[in-house]
Structure formats: C-alpha cells, structure tokens
Design a protein. Structure first.
Length: 202
C-alpha cells in the first residue's frame, strides 16, 4: 500500500468490548500517519452494549451490531463485500472468525493481541485476562503482537511484535496501561505500532 494518488484501502474493524485498540486504529487512519493510505469504513461488534460503538460514532464511522449467528451464517461476509471492505482488523474481538471470511480475505485480516504470542494467547485470552495472566506469571516483559488471522485463535503468522518492560510491583492495570501506551501513543504525531499497516504488501 502506498500514498499519493493511490485509492485508500477500505478497512473494517471487528471488536467486542470497550474498543481502546479499535479507537486507536480509527484515529490512526483518520488523523494519524495512516490517513494517507487507508480509511476505516465500518465498525462491527457482536455485543450490543460494546463501548467501541461510541468510539465509532464519535469518529463518524458507520457501526453495526452483528450477532454471532449472523456472522456464522454468512451475513457478515456478504455485508463486508457490499461495503467494499478490502482489509479487516480485529481489535479485542472475542469470537472465532468464520473460516469463510479468512478464505475470502487471505492475508487481509490482522489481529492486535496485547501480549507476546505464543505466550498468553488462545481462547479466552483477551483484555484484562491477558494482563492478569502476565502478572501471575511474574514475567518482567510483555508487549503486543500483530499477526495474520487464521480460523484458529492466535495462531496466524506473526507480522510484528514489540516489547514493554515491566517492574516487579506492576499491577495488571499497570501492565494494561503500559501495553496500550506502547501500542497507541497519546500524541498522534508520535510513531504508532500500527504504522506497520502502511508497509504491508498490496
């Protein structure tokens, strides 16, 4: 993907919760370095009360609740195609992505995971569950992983990993804050760990 006169890549975000990483992606492609290469055109959640819906509304991005049943019946794939979505980013999305979507978007679906895979990954490992597991392990480093999405949880090839140093007294909440600050700096003109998107092959 390149800048200039090249049309922007149309991106959908799938999220299930409060949407801190999803909001970071929205900002990155709306106002940050990613604004020249891509745009978030749709935000999808499987939870009606997910906080990510509010983030999407504040950014003026269409958002929808799509049930698990609708996702697995093919309705999600149909609407992704109708909206002209070219890339999909999972950001705190708790469901297994249907295999048909992985097949329809080969090497076009990425996930942001708040730990250094293969550590602290797999079914049920999301959000604070991950950070509590890191805390319980006593590890003094964690980080974030961006990887291709496959039908299995957190098993796609790794595209990028970045480490965050921890202190012995860090709580799970401290760990979460450090990982989020590393993934998505507060100042939009600072390098984001999401800049990798601009360097992916077309």
């Amino acid at each position: 993907m390149t800048g200039g006169s090249t049309p922007k890549v149309r991106i959908a975000i799938l999220a299930s919760g409060g949407g801190s990483n999803a909001e970071c992606l929205m900002a990155h492609f709306a106002q940050g370095p990613g604004s020249e290469v891509g745009e978030v055109v749709w935000v999808v959640t499987n939870r009606k009360d997910a906080g990510v819906r509010g983030h999407a509304q504040r950014h003026g991005i269409p958002e929808s609740h799509v049930s698990k049943q609708a996702m697995n019946s093919g309705e999600l794939l149909t609407e992704l195609r109708e909206r002209g979505v070219e890339w999909i980013a999972l950001a705190g999305f708790l469901l297994r992505l249907p295999a048909e979507i992985c097949e329809a978007y080969p090497h076009r679906v990425v996930n942001v995971h708040p730990a250094l895979l293969p550590l602290h990954g797999g079914k049920g490992m999301f959000g604070m569950h991950v950070h509590r597991a890191v805390h319980a392990s006593g590890e003094l480093r964690t980080g974030m992983t961006i990887h291709w999405v496959s039908p299995a949880y957190d098993e796609g090839d790794i595209l990028f990993q970045g480490e965050v140093a921890l202190a012995e007294g860090d709580s799970p909440e401290d760990i979460a804050g450090k990982v989020l600050a590393f993934t998505c700096p507060a100042e939009l003109d600072r390098p984001s760990r999401l800049d990798f998107v601009e360097k992916l092959p077309e």
